[in-house]
Design a protein around this ligand. Sequence first.
Ligand code: GLY
Ligand code: MN
Ligand code: MN
Length: 532
Amino acid sequence: MTDDTAARSDRTSSDRTSSEPSSDETWNEDQPIEERGSNRSQRPGSAAFLEFVTSGWAPRPPSQVTRAAAADHTAARRSALSAVFPGRRLVVPAGTFKVRSNDTDYRFRPHSGFAHLTGLGVEQEPDAVLVLHPVEDGAGDDGSAHHAVLYMRPLAGRDTSEFFSDSRYGEFWVGARPTLEDLETLTGIATAHIDELRDAVAKDVGDGGVQVLVVPDVDAGVEAVIDEIRRQEAERGAQEQTDRDEHLVEALSELRLVKDAYEVEQMRLAVATTIEGFEKVVRALPAAQQHARGERVVEGTFVGHARQEGNAVGYETIAASGDHATTLHWIDNDGQVRAGELLLLDAGVEVDSLYTADVTRTLPIDGTFTEVQRRVYQAVLDAADAAFAVAVPGARFRDVHDAAMEVIAARLDEWGLLPVTAEESLLPENQHHRRWMVHGTSHHLGIDVHDCAQARAELYLDGVLEPGMVFTIEPGLYFKSDDLRVPEEYRGIGVRIEDDVLVTPDGNENLSAALPRDPDAVEAWMAGLLGR
Ligand code: GLY
Ligand code: MN
Ligand code: MN
């Protein structure tokens, strides 16, 4: 990786004080710790160099940016939010870079609420802030009660030092970023320079005036600006704000419970791309079995596919072979992949719009289930099918889990594993069957793999299913190798089957149905891919 230390600190060798030996041999107090990074390299800082590096560039070609498909849908989302918060100023930051180590950042990913309201996706737009300014009802965007402005740091001119010296934003380092005009064209949202944010947020605040709500824990710099505005208002003795930032967090989460047509299309794309990734993994199974860390071959195959065809994986891939499959979130993925065992692959491609699939298949590594593996697999499949049968409009979200649990408890009872009857196990105070499936059956899915997580319980767990909701159905059974409550033949078997379901007006659609689930179909599909 290119050393950007000099670029970040903007120091030159001529700036430096020469080091005198310090009284403490181990401590050079002439060179403060925060400046040590520039030990690695320096860039010339003379006026002559500045003139030379910022001149002699051809004019930029005309912008190629066009309106994004998402822009036709985000206005309605902002209007829905506007209706919840009349008279409030709503501040939704994209967030900023997160340090991975020292001077190296993680790849930027915008906050999900920001992505949803702007339609911006992959690496767009670090440090931008969406503000919905309250206006008279009906006088706002699309007849709403708010006017949206996207504050951002636009592309700097090539005559600035940012152009060549700023490793986070400079064109030399990260490529040409959008201009204000580009971002406005792309999103259909009015744009303004980030330097205008403070005054715009502070306008008409306090004393019965505008209340400002900000999504907390996304951008500390933006929160500090708003804290300062609130402090100044408090010092003036202004009436205390009555609404809480958490209300905005909750509303942003609930806004995503029902997906619009664009979101459903993106989910279909994410699932289709994920299915291709599963096919590549099956083809890689012979190679995985030859490698000491075969699970990494599986993970690497899927992650490589996700980067090639989408943005990334939507969550860390679980590539769990044998007993590892009984660890629900096994992401070490450093084990062997052995014939005769099962591979539990829980993986999802996140597409460029940031929507992700979340799919699990449990595959016989050599292509054929053993009798006991098939017995456990079929029980989990039956539980999934029971859950699908009730996942229809008007049902409650929790009914989906309950339907799966009835099957799981019944099978465990048939196998003699429960110390009580299935009916008794299903009583809320018992739940013995949950020893072998401690996780829930479903979660909403979208921009976040666990989408809508801050929604109120009455709209989530106790909520009623509506067309447009997308969630997982993912029952499982996990018998650990040291589980003395099950016969030996079950030990070391972990099975999860996870599909992504769209609630439709007359039932539901399994978005991941193209990936075989029935055990015979799984074996036939694997045989086809492996040329057997
Ligand atoms: N992959 C995480 C989950 O299934 O919820
Ligand atoms: Mn899931
Ligand atoms: Mn999953």
